[in-house]
Design a protein around this ligand. Structure first.
Ligand code: IVH
Length: 682
């Protein structure tokens, strides 16, 4: 049973939650953090410890954003007020017509006050707060009925789980906004998906929608989603008179709102704001396809009312799409690290929105066939925001008959090995182990920023080292000598020294980075982190049964199988052993300390020092009961020293020997998972 909660603890927890939420707001909404991530992590862990010790989780605790049990399906939800769509305008004259209509319906000659803001290209969400707490989040659906996606929306850091106390708030309020993914985030996600042979998302909107409509909220949690709130549905217990006032209230209640919302008088002033947004469009981190103009007075909005699907008080001005027509010069096959062969279209260079576009990725060979893109074709290319340009469609009228259909390559363009396509997979792969393209890509990946972070081992240098026969595997990096590097064409002694120093600096690395760097099929940064959280050391992964990996809740089946296969392969294990023997030191700050099974402390030796909340014998019995060993004195084979108040000399000894010191709460958490671990383990 959990302890009774003293008032001091409760207020400490309240304060921690408030502090963490404040930092999260600064980071995720204001984009201006004031503390380092490590400090946030420290406070977060402190809160987790208190939550597990006292069995109390405050409703707006940030620990509740991790993700819950996967759902079978989404429940249907009726919106208290229908979620309408917007009428589109494609020219400024249509905007002026809109203004005329508004004035006619309001029977006024006066200029109307409007708000103007960007139109976010994501998906609409309704957040229902009751007495200040987020109770329900639903998708728009058909406007009348959507789906309950509360668990998923909770994982979005910018969504307040509670309206801060001290803010005047309605008893009940439905807040509406757009969930979206930043363009950078979208591209990273797609790169990872393609590397892993998964189907990429067509655009950030689909990526955001796909992430929200996930039955497993831990997947949503791993995608970096944002929110911009722009309106209200049903409101009870408070009166707003103007849209601009409502936006102000949202901001004071710490909701993220559109980057720019301007209130202006008259349609020409509104048009000026539209033009400003269009000019700034390319600098936004998210995709916008237009601007939304709304009548500012809510009273006027009411008078104007709505048609079946759209309100009469708002309109969306759609920016002209960033498209151009050009020709496909060739379609080349490019081989990635995991052997996936993707088609890349080389285009006759064409400027789109100020940038020369000369190639476009076609995600896979199915897409080439589906769009029937042939070499020589005239195509429409779109570049949305900073997204990699893509071919929207062919212009068949421009065909002369000489265009050549593209056939997926039967052999790998880099090594000539046969290509295969596994059942149910869209990806075409080269499975040759010694394929030079893959070898080089693997080494580049190993050394990449999010991998072992070795500066100077980018594509060009790796190709050079590989072609000269100096390295043929990433493990060879660690036996590179200064002489070898300095003798290379592009290197001088100084740059060679820098490279060797960067390699040396990477010798000590967190396990999670190393696991990611290995480039195991399907293991991205997220999966690597999960593995590090669940396995204390690299060796613990050797010959790991697949069941132990699938038991990690967020781990996908395909990933688990791929990890197990990797650590079953003796050749891989030899490479790892050699790396360790060669001085690679892995640390694991991510490990959450809990083993699976009924004997979670199996194989772990503990020593106790100081006064613990429970009598020492009881604690020792607890350790033994769960499979651990309680030893009397600290030695090199001690795994953990459990230190209570007034610790004795054992503490010094432990510190000397580098034995990890943990608290009583941490010991308990190894067996009884903390709030977060509860979610991490089944
Ligand atoms: S107001 C009744 N403001 O666009 C009017 N909508 O095409 C409610 N959208 O369903 C919408 N950014 O999902 C509004 N700043 C913005 C918006 C916005 C994006 C979406 C919203 C709506 C769709 C209509």
């Amino acid at each position: 049973m959990h302890k009774k909660i003293p008032d001091t603890i409760r207020s400490e927890m309240e304060q921690l939650v408030a502090e963490l939420n404040e930092h999260s707001y600064r980071y995720h909404v204001l984009d201006a953090p004031t503390i380092p991530d490590s400090e946030y992590d420290r406070l977060y862990r402190k809160l987790l410890d208190l939550e597990s010790e006292y069995g109390l989780v405050l409703p707006d605790s940030p620990t509740q954003r991790i993700g819950a049990q996967p759902l079978e399906k989404f429940d249907k939800v009726r919106h208290a007020e229908p979620m309408l769509s917007l009428e589109n305008a494609f020219s400024l004259d249509e905007i002026r017509d809109f203004d005329k209509r508004v004035r006619r319906l309001l029977n006024t000659e006066e200029e109307i006050e409007y708000t103007v803001e960007p139109k976010y290209d994501g998906l609409a969400i309704e957040l229902s707060y009751r007495k200040g707490l987020l109770r329900l989040a639903s998708t728009r659906g058909d406007g009348y009925e959507g789906e309950d996606v509360t668990e998923n929306v909770r994982t979005i850091r910018a969504v307040p789980l509670a309206i801060p106390s001290g803010i005047a708030m309605p008893d009940e309020i439905d807040i509406r906004g757009e969930v979206y993914m930043d363009i950078d985030e979208f591209e990273l996600l797609n790169q990872t998906r393609m590397r892993n042979g998964e189907q990429p998302f067509a655009n950030p909107r689909n990526a955001a929608a796909g992430s929200i409509r996930q039955l497993d909220s831990s997947v949503t949690a791993s995608r970096k989603l944002h929110l911009a709130c722009y309106g209200a549905g049903a409101v009870k217990g408070m009166l707003f008179t103007h849209q601009s006032q409502f936006i102000e209230w949202l901001r004071s209640a710490r909701f993220p709102t559109p980057v720019l919302v301007e209130t202006v008088v008259g349609i020409e002033a509104a048009i000026a704001v539209i033009q400003k947004i269009e000019a700034q469009r390319a600098s936004f981190r998210f995709e916008t396809d237009g601007a939304v103009i709304k009548v500012n007075s809510l009273g006027m909005q009411k008078t104007l009312g709505a048609k079946t699907r759209e309100p009469r008080w708002a309109i969306a001005y759609k920016f002209p799409a960033h498209q151009a027509v050009t020709r496909v010069l060739s379609i080349v096959a490019s081989v990635g690290r995991t052997g996936v062969i993707t088609p890349v279209a080389e285009l006759e260079p064409v400027p789109i929105a100020g940038v020369m576009v000369s190639h476009s990725t076609l995600h896979n060979w199915d897409e080439v066939q589906r769009k029937d893109i042939r070499v020589g074709d005239t195509v429409i290319v779109e570049r949305a925001g900073d997204v990699i340009p893509h071919i929207i469609s062919v212009v068949p009228q421009k065909r002369s008959g000489t265009e050549e259909p593209v056939i997926p390559p039967k052999t790998c363009p880099a090594c000539g090995g046969f290509t295969v396509r596994e059942e149910g997979e869209v990806a075409l792969r080269c499975v040759a182990l010694d394929c030079p393209a893959q070898v080089q890509e693997k080494i580049v990946h190993f050394a990449s920023r999010n991998g072992m972070d070795i500066e100077g081992l980018g594509e060009k240098n790796v190709a050079l080292l590989h072609e000269k026969g100096i390295i043929s595997h990433f493990a060879d990096i660690y036996s590179l000598t200064l002489e070898q590097v300095a003798a290379l064409p592009r290197f001088g002694i100084k740059s060679a020294r820098n490279l060797i120093a960067a390699i040396d600096a990477s010798r000590k690395a967190p396990l999670s980075r190393f696991l990611f760097a290995l480039g195991i099929l399907h293991v991205g940064e997220y999966a690597a982190k999960l593995l590090a959280q669940n396995f204390a050391t690299l060796k613990d992964l050797y010959h790991v049964p697949v069941g132990r990996i699938t038991a990690i809740r967020q781990m996908g089946k395909k990933t688990a199988e791929s990890v197990a296969a990797f650590f079953r392969d003796e050749a891989n294990l030899r490479v790892l052993d050699n790396l360790i023997a060669g001085g690679l030191t892995l640390v694991n700050p991510d490990y959450l300390g809990r083993q699976h099974g009924s004997r979670p402390l199996e194989g772990i030796t503990f020593v106790i020092t100081g006064t613990l909340p429970k009598p020492r014998q009881e604690v020792e019995a607890f350790i033994e009961q769960h499979g651990g060993h309680a030893a009397a004195s600290v030695s090199k084979s001690t795994h953990f020293l459990v230190a209570g108040d007034h610790p004795g000399s054992k503490l010094q000894k432990a510190v000397q020997l580098g034995v990890r010191v943990i608290s009583y709460a941490e010991l308990i958490a190894m067996v009884k998972p903390k709030a977060q671990q509860q979610k991490l383990f089944p």
